[in-house]
Design a protein around this ligand. Structure first.
Ligand code: GLU
Ligand code: MG
Length: 451
């Protein structure tokens, strides 16, 4: 949108404050806010941000990363397409920002630019990418120092829907007002757990939408006196919060879903199998990008539908890639892959960027999944020997294992580039070093209300 038009819309709506937001290496949404009177200038010049912010752990402990000390700044330059007046806070608006160097180049540690680079790579292969993130989260109250689920409702239960009706209805209205179209809602398995999905979009927009979504859910819940937790495992005895990524590759006109092939037994194209092959090959390392927090590994375990193995299968909710059954009458359009080992402690730009880097490597090297990795049963029902024979491997069981896998995966770290990869890995190591010294209670307390 044109800058003058943004200023005019903000003024007409009575907006006072406009925030420029980004998501950091720790998956935290951060930003700075300016008064509307200076908006015209800030749309051009951005707002300054110290380089050190990408070396800040999610406990706000500054880590040592070359080039990210007390000296130097980047500019948060807002993407004008993301200008959003906030329905839950009408005097405020926000925009999602790119991190740009003083020399006016994308900063090498900008997560949003990483996704843009991967999308450019897809484009040079003739592909546009559609994606939808499918977040789960809990509504909780705070009693003293303790978070307590807002209800004890059962999976898909109408009692859960009744108890949370006011907050959910406000949320749906707030999302729709921002152009995030609600697809489905239901009380999820855990007590107080919710799932409310929004429609797919181009991959950059889908990642942006996830930031808007997290902001909206947290704010609307807050207005109802509730805490919304996107932590991967906020309650150790309840279901985890996934944020599965559905994605598909289309032609440049967006007319033809290139993952669809009616002549294949599974209706999947060679391109889809190449993406699957790439993702299977990079999975252990990819998990460091999609399940990046200490708390992620409390979720990622067999038997919890969060997936724990390198395999794929038809509507298989224990497979890392689920091949969703198609919608009747919309077979081509609804063909997609669902990547399941992902949660909302990830940075959506880095998670999607990593997923594409893995998939595109599969295309470049014509990789295919192993025949044995197609699995139509729960992988825990296979013996260790059967799993090994099918080349089905356990995903990392700790943050440290995933860090090591990412360090060894030069396809992913090269795609990220050295500055993003180094700073990201440094933040992850800091998490491991801190939380591995503490118990589960400390870990959960310090993840519950971060995302
Ligand atoms: N809560 C599960 C997870 O951690 C997903 C449940 C579902 O299939 O929706 O990913
Ligand atoms: Mg779910």
């Amino acid at each position: 949108m044109d800058h003058n038009e943004i200023v005019r819309q903000a003024q007409d709506a009575g907006v006072q404050l406009v925030s420029f937001l980004y998501c950091d290496n720790g998956g935290i949404i951060r930003g700075k806010t300016g008064h509307v009177s200076g908006l015209a200038g800030r749309l051009e010049a951005g707002i300054g941000l110290t380089l050190a912010m990408q070396a800040m752990s999610d406990m706000d402990q500054l880590q040592i990363v070359d080039g990210m000390g007390p000296v130097g700044e980047v500019r948060m330059i807002p993407d004008t397409d993301t200008f959003t007046i906030l329905p839950y806070a009408p005097q405020r608006a926000l925009m999602l920002a790119d991190l740009i160097t003083i020399a006016r180049q994308p900063w090498a540690a900008c997560p949003r630019d990483f996704l843009k680079r991967m999308l450019a790579q897809a484009k040079s292969a003739g592909l546009t990418i559609q994606a939808a993130l499918e977040p789960e989260w809990y509504l909780a109250r705070k009693e003293g120092d303790t978070y307590v689920p807002c209800d004890e409702s059962l999976d898909n239960s109408t009692i859960g829907a009744t108890i949370s009706r006011e907050v959910i209805d406000d949320l749906v209205l707030a999302l729709e007002t921002q152009g995030l179209h609600v697809e489905q809602y239901y009380p999820e398995l855990g007590h107080g757990q919710q799932e409310l999905s929004i429609r797919h979009a181009g991959a950059l927009r889908a990642a942006d939408n996830h930031i808007l979504y997290r902001e909206t859910v947290r704010n609307v819940a807050w207005q109802h006196g509730l805490y919304a937790s996107f932590a991967p495992k906020p309650f150790p005895d309840q279901a985890g919060n996934g944020c599965h990524i559905h994605f598909s590759a289309w032609d440049m006109d967006g007319q033809q879903n290139l993952f669809f092939d009616p002549d294949d037994g599974q209706n999947l194209s060679t391109l889809a199998y190449q993406f699957i092959g790439g993702i299977m090959a990079h999975l252990p390392a990819l998990v460091a990008l999609t399940c990046p927090s200490m708390n992620s590994y409390r979720r990622l375990s067999p038997g919890s539908w969060s997936t724990a193995f390198t395999c794929y299968g038809p509507d298989n909710r224990e497979a890392a890639l689920r091949i969703p059954s198609r919608f009747w009458g919309e077979e081509m359009a609804s063909t997609n892959l669902e990547f399941r080992p992902v949660d909302s402690s990830s940075n959506p730009y880095i998670a999607l960027g990593g997923l594409l880097a893995a998939g595109l490597d599969g295309v470049a090297r014509d990789l295919r999944p192993g025949a044995g990795q197609w699995i139509e049963v729960d992988p825990v029902r296979l013996t260790p020997e059967e799993l090994a024979a099918r080349d089905i491997r356990r995903l990392p069981t700790t943050l440290l294992e995933s860090i090591h896998a990412l360090e060894a995966d030069t396809v992913l770290t090269d795609a990220m580039g050295p500055l993003l990869a180094d700073s990201y890995l440094t933040i992850r190591r800091a998490d491991w070093e801190l939380f591995s010294q503490h118990d589960a209670e400390y870990e959960i307390k310090n993840h519950f209300y971060k995302y």
